[in-house]
Design a protein around this ligand. Structure first.
Ligand code: AMP
Length: 424
């Protein structure tokens, strides 16, 4: 519902309002905990980077670079772009800070906002948020398996069910050219039935044809040769080992020959996590191996794998599945007072409660006790302290258990101690 403000948040963006915070905290806290449990460390990169970083890393033929970047010239004449993804910035940081000299793989995670000029719809925004992991510097299939397990464990710990892990291997620069030739041959035979975009992809980025959602393209896509059947020996061995490692964890792996990723830098492993009811359009997250990317950015050949998952999409699924995260931001105590003489003692008592670690809201301007108790209820505080003339004279406080509508008088120190214990 719109209020009567002259301004509205820009199209494709949304405010995070207090009643939504519990979902975001739940997802961000769980993601942080899971990533750190696997030995990933937090990295924060700038919201904007030099435009050419994304052009080089993501690839000019991709939708992201060709249509979706928020690019602007700053006052010094430099071309900057709001980050549409964080893999390229993380690799830029890896190079810039000499992480190649650390023990490999360097395992980094991030949580932050990304920007893509896309057509806004449910689960697709122009400003959205991702949690992602990158493991850089080691090409072993165990690194792939571990990255996939971070994603999987996150969804598990959030309580999401009915998900599948879509997996494919798209080969490497040794085996992919021959595969792409077969693919181009195949689609050239079916060219008349292909959509306009796919006709263009046939020239620019034939792998992306497999990803097309247009109905008319589906027969040709279904009949297309699969990359997993056209791998060189090294890639086939890598893929087999990855599947063996994942099999030990009983994940619901679906080998999906049509799974390719939208970004050019992927090699070998690609994966996505899908909710049961919808397809790739609403993937919860996805990622893959990008062994060629570091060289594209001017570094030495360095293998890497990563994934990203959208926080907005996770939250949509959490709500759909009826998962209720713990409340956050509720005061445990409300401090009320009666009469102006009690204002300062009440203000001090609230300060003391906070110093002890009790989340506390106090009345700041005079109003009736009834109005104060109503506010305490609205805020969801389980306890209230009431200070009046008598309590101040005796050094006590009236403690009220809000849900039981029961109240009693205590020396102030005891009351605070009781609350600390009740809070646990
Ligand atoms: P990508 O970086 O395109 O591989 O996307 C990884 C994940 O980020 C997706 O699976 C989504 O969960 C999320 N995502 C990507 N684009 C958007 C968007 N425009 N709005 C919301 N979430 C997105």
């Amino acid at each position: 519902m719109r209020g009567n403000s002259v301004y509205q948040a820009p199209r494709g963006t949304q405010d995070l309002l207090p009643n939504e915070v519990k979902y975001w905290r739940y997802v961000e806290d769980t993601a942080t905990r899971v990533a750190e449990r696997f030995g990933y460390q937090l990295i924060r990169t700038p919201i904007f980077e030099e435009t050419s970083l994304f052009v080089r890393a993501v690839g000019e033929s991709t939708d992201i670079v060709s249509k979706e970047m928020y690019t602007f010239e700053d006052k010094g004449g430099d071309s900057l772009t709001l980050r549409p993804e964080d893999t390229a910035p993380v690799l830029r940081a890896y190079l810039e800070h000499g992480f190649a000299s650390r023990t490999q793989p360097v395992k980094l995670y991030y949580i932050g906002s990304m920007y893509r000029y896309d057509r806004p719809q449910a689960g697709r925004l122009r400003e959205f948020h991702q949690f992602g992991c990158e493991a850089v510097g080691d090409g072993d299939p165990a690194v792939d398996a571990e990255a996939i397990l971070v994603a999987w464990q996150l969804y598990q710990e959030l309580g999401l069910t009915n998900l599948s892990l879509q997996l494919n291997s798209i080969g490497c620069p040794n085996c992919r050219p021959a595969y792409l030739e077969r693919l181009v041959d195949h689609f050239t035979k079916h060219k008349v039935g292909l959509c306009h975009d796919c006709q263009r992809r046939l020239q620019m980025n034939p792998l992306r044809l497999l990803d097309c959602k247009v109905e008319g393209c589906q027969p040709a896509i279904l009949a297309a040769p699969s990359s997993a059947d056209n791998l060189c020996d090294e890639c086939a061995e890598h893929f087999e080992q990855l599947r063996k490692l994942l099999a030990a964890f009983e994940l619901p792996v679906v080998l999906n020959p049509r799974l390719v990723r939208g970004l050019d830098y992927y090699t070998r492993t690609v994966f996505e996590v899908w909710p049961a009811t919808v397809g790739a359009q609403s993937a919860l997250g996805g990622g893959g191996r990008y062994d060629g990317l570091m060289e594209q950015l001017g570094g030495k050949p360095t293998p890497g794998i990563g994934f990203a998952t959208g926080l907005e999409r996770i939250i949509i699924n959490i709500k759909d599945q009826g998962i209720v995260p713990p409340e956050v931001g509720r005061p445990f105590l409300y401090v009320a007072y009666m009469g102006e003489d009690a204002k300062l003692p009440a203000f001090k008592l609230a300060g003391e409660a906070r110093r002890l670690g009790i989340p506390c809201v106090s009345t700041l301007s005079s109003r009736s006790l009834k109005a104060q108790m109503k506010q305490a209820n609205n805020l969801g505080a389980p306890f209230a302290f009431i200070l009046g003339e008598q309590e101040i004279a005796e050094g006590t406080v009236t403690v009220r258990n809000m849900s039981e509508s029961r109240q009693w008088q205590e020396p102030q120190a005891n009351a605070l101690e009781q609350l600390l214990q009740a809070k646990g």
